[in-house]
Design a protein around this ligand. Structure first.
Ligand code: NAD
Length: 241
């Protein structure tokens, strides 16, 4: 299988589309798997389906050596069953489909919230433990999802995995984060401060998040220390919450 053939699960999303565009620029042949198609790009093939459906996934992974998994229900939904179905069972299905299709590398988009307990973290590193009391169902299932992917790393059988943990992502076509913040501020609903006004929160520019994914994928080799590891990703400062 050509190392330049890859699939992006969730490739119609905000981050996914930026990743697909970068990969196409770098000469990869890209398949997108998503429940929806939000754009067209020459050389990119779309496969529509639910990632919980292995039979739907398999055609998108055929002849692909590298898979990026950046699909998730939107974090704001208060639907535990949906998060469990897509992020936990669905991730098991993605891993099984990768095995069946002979995929060699899987890069997961996780989230920095997997280590967030609701209290400040400054200069947080990857050795922080997973949150014992995750802040919501989304985060609870992102933790389980990350564990599944990292535990699936198996050098003997040639299946390598890594996870990238951004916090907030901003950039062109961001559908939620910054537009909602700006809209709320415009409507005069941000006239309160939590804490003394010195709290910091980490936002990463989408191109940097994409760069982290591509670097991780390209460095993921059997002898590499990144196999089976998770990495926080930020701009040029450590992670702040
Ligand atoms: P997004 O909602 O724009 O994209 C997610 C994509 O996943 C969508 O295109 C959606 O259709 C697809 N999808 C959802 N359920 C699916 C299913 N069952 N089968 C197939 N496709 C499905 O979200 P995003 O902001 O691009 O987030 C991408 C990833 O980054 C997610 O894993 C998210 O947890 C993670 N993340 C995002 C942020 C952020 O600030 N945006 C921060 C940290 C982590």
């Amino acid at each position: 299988q050509s190392s330049k053939r890859c699939a992006v699960i969730g490739g119609s999303g905000f981050l996914g589309r930026h990743l697909v565009e970068k990969l196409a620029d770098k000469g990869y042949t890209v398949s997108v798997f998503d429940i929806r198609q939000s754009y067209e790009l020459p050389g990119v093939t779309f496969y529509l389906g639910d990632l919980c459906d292995k039979q739907a996934l398999l055609p998108a992974l055929r002849d692909v050596s590298l898979v990026f998994h950046c699909a998730s229900p939107a974090p704001g939904a208060d639907d535990r069953a949906l998060f469990e179905r897509v992020n936990i069972s669905g991730t098991r299905t993605v891993i099984q489909a990768c095995h069946e299709a002979g995929v060699q590398k899987l890069v997961l988009t996780s989230s920095a919230s997997v280590v967030f307990e609701g209290t400040d973290i400054k200069n947080g590193k990857e050795d922080l433990p997973y949150a014992k009391k995750p802040i919501d169902f989304y985060t609870l299932t992102k933790i389980q999802q990350e564990k599944l992917v990292l535990e699936a790393c198996d050098k003997e059988n040639g299946f390598l995995t890594v996870a990238i943990r951004p916090h907030g992502i901003f950039g062109p076509r961001d559908p939620q984060l910054v537009p909602i913040l700006v809209d709320t501020a415009r409507r005069g609903k941000m006239k309160f401060i939590i804490g003394n006004g010195s709290n910091l929160v980490d936002f990463t520019y989408v191109e940097n998040v994409v760069h982290g994914h591509v670097l991780a994928a390209e460095r993921l080799r059997p002898e590499s220390p990144i196999c089976g590891q998770a990495y926080h990703i930020t701009n040029d400062e450590p992670v702040f919450f």
